[in-house]
Design a protein around this ligand. Structure first.
Ligand SMILES: [Ca+2]
Length: 140
């Protein structure tokens, strides 16, 4: 491989990374909250953000949460694409600190939903579960 080819490949790679970064630059805030999700009793900032599919006003092709904890740490959770993405905050593992429960609709004929459950207790981002299920709760 010539040096020129190597340089070209590296340039492509960094262009790709720029594009990925751009996705997160162009997001629209879907909803935001101030809630203590780390357990220090101070509110953290959670912004559910997404990029709509071109020519669609409903389907988010990219969805993520930008989280800034009260002490200034930043976290990002990237979610499944879908319709009507939303987060709810419930203590589903019963440790006294609310968890982040994500859901979005796949929009398929089966009425399927994506679900993701994360915790940020003690500033540690952990994923519990991720699933795609029908509304009745049966796994697919
Ligand atoms: Ca919890």
């Amino acid at each position: 491989m010539s040096l020129l080819a190597v340089t070209g490949a590296l340039a492509n790679e960094s262009a790709q990374q720029d594009n990925e970064e751009d996705v997160y630059e162009s997001g629209l805030v879907i909803q935001e909250w101030n809630k203590d999700i780390t357990g220090d009793n101070y509110p953290d900032s959670i912004k559910l953000t997404g990029v709509l599919f071109p020519d669609s006003s409903l389907f988010y092709q990219t969805v993520w949460a930008d989280i800034k904890s009260y002490n200034g740490e930043e976290f990002r959770i990237v979610y499944e694409s879908g319709y009507s993405p939303t987060l709810t905050f419930e203590d589903l593992n019963h440790d006294g600190i609310v968890d982040l429960f994500y859901s979005s609709a796949t929009g398929g004929s089966g009425g399927l939903y994506h679900y993701d459950l994360h915790t940020l207790a003690n500033q540690k981002l952990e994923k519990f579960t991720s699933s795609t299920t029908s509304k009745s709760g049966s796994k697919v």
